[in-house]
Design a protein around this ligand. Structure first.
Ligand code: FNR
Length: 359
């Protein structure tokens, strides 16, 4: 029942699993193939141990930080995830209001079930980035870039790990499809009408698998917004991202939904941070479930982390209030972990907190 006390993020997971339809739950939970990478995203945090410092007067603590020069209340934002109306009737509008209330960054997915106009109207003062997939029909991508820029989105997040959709066994078994009453609202009447086989209720083959580094220049020619590349897992690609003049990287394996067998994101973070050397901001998503996960990621050099599934669980629980509660619990846990390890503010969190001998 909705009145039970929610103590940690996995309480929301259990609630969502119990209350969503099996096909919907399976879609949100899915990982690719054997789900090794999905599961390792969480397990990798549990292998890392902290080196807490003591007697440092933690009577006052400050969790604020900045991303791309904008202040947010703590280094946790909302990762782009598709189809929020399957979890809660107000969908992305509720997510946007929660992020606005907590003063953090919400990355809106291309595959939203509310339009970007509806999302902005629902939370006019929210700080938002827009996640972009590049379509074979480049005019379609161009028009959404111009729309979100005009609407006040503050960065474009180019997702680069989906030349094709990963093989998610349960979705295949369930023949998962976006329910007929829902739409990918940003392209209402455009891609819906295209003929051909469907994938998740979106015509297949809409995304362009030929996308390559030169398309970063193409995107830069369309917009003055900062560009953040989401889906980098190696130092080689991090270096190329810097060389191509983007403003940020999200170390991500798409929540383990694409290539199974890739690294846990927290394990990939260090080589990327070492290569980037502070030239651009490095963020991370995947497997963040507690405040100490956030602390570990920040200690290893992430400027901010993003949560995917936990935000959807919050939505399934209680819409806007549920997402707010998820963010609030994570904020409380992060603040406590900071204090218990002797950090008074985010600037004091650094690599000395990590027990490398144990890794
Ligand atoms: C995603 N993710 C994703 N990423 C993206 O760039 N565009 C998208 O539309 C989606 N959609 C999506 C749907 C669902 C149901 C999930 C679980 C994930 C990936 C997402 O942004 C993020 O990388 C992961 O969700 C992070 O892992 P956690 O926090 O879910 O463990």
């Amino acid at each position: 029942c909705a009145e039970m006390a929610m103590v940690c993020l996995t309480d929301f997971e259990e609630y969502a699993k119990e209350h969503l339809s099996k096909a919907t739950w399976d879609y949100y939970a899915a990982g690719a193939d054997e789900c090794c990478t999905r599961d390792d995203n969480l397990l990798a945090y549990k292998r890392i141990r902290l080196r807490p410092r003591i007697l440092r007067d933690v009577s006052v603590s400050d969790t604020r930080t900045t991303v791309q020069g904008t202040e947010i209340s703590f280094p946790v934002g909302i990762a782009p995830t598709a189809f929020h109306c399957m979890a809660w009737h107000e969908g992305e509008m509720a997510t946007a209001r929660a992020a606005e209330a907590v003063n953090t960054c919400y990355i809106t997915s291309t595959y939203s079930t509310c339009s970007v106009e509806e999302i902005v109207a629902a939370a006019p003062n929210g700080y938002r980035w827009f996640q972009l997939y590049v379509y074979r029909d480049r005019k379609l991508s161009e028009s959404i870039v111009h729309r979100v820029e005009a609407l006040g989105y503050k960065a474009l997040v180019l997702t680069v790990d989906v030349p094709y959709t990963g093989k998610r066994r349960d979705d295949i078994r369930n023949q998962f499809k976006l329910p007929p009453h829902l739409k990918v609202k940003n392209f209402d009447g455009v891609i819906q009408e295209a003929a051909g086989p469907e994938e998740y209720g979106i015509p297949a083959n809409t995304l362009d698998p030929s996308i390559s580094w030169k398309d970063v220049y193409w995107l830069q020619s369309l917009t003055r917004l900062p560009i953040v590349i989401k889906g980098i897992l190696t130092k080689e690609d991090a270096e190329l991202a810097v060389e191509h003049g983007v403003q940020g990287i999200i170390v991500s394996n798409h929540g383990g939904r694409q290539l199974d067998g890739g690294p846990a994101t927290i394990d990939a973070l260090s080589e990327i941070v070492d290569t980037v050397q502070g030239r651009i901001e490095v963020y991370l998503d995947g497997g963040i479930r507690t405040g100490s996960d956030v602390l570990k990621a920040v200690a290893l050099g992430a400027k901010c982390v993003f949560i995917g599934r936990p935000a959807v669980w919050g939505l399934a629980y209680k819409g806007e209030d549920g997402v707010r509660e998820v963010l609030q619990i994570l904020n409380d846990e992060f603040r406590l972990s900071m204090a218990l390890s002797g950090c008074r503010n985010v600037a004091e969190i650094n690599r000395n907190l990590i027990q490398f001998a144990k890794l």
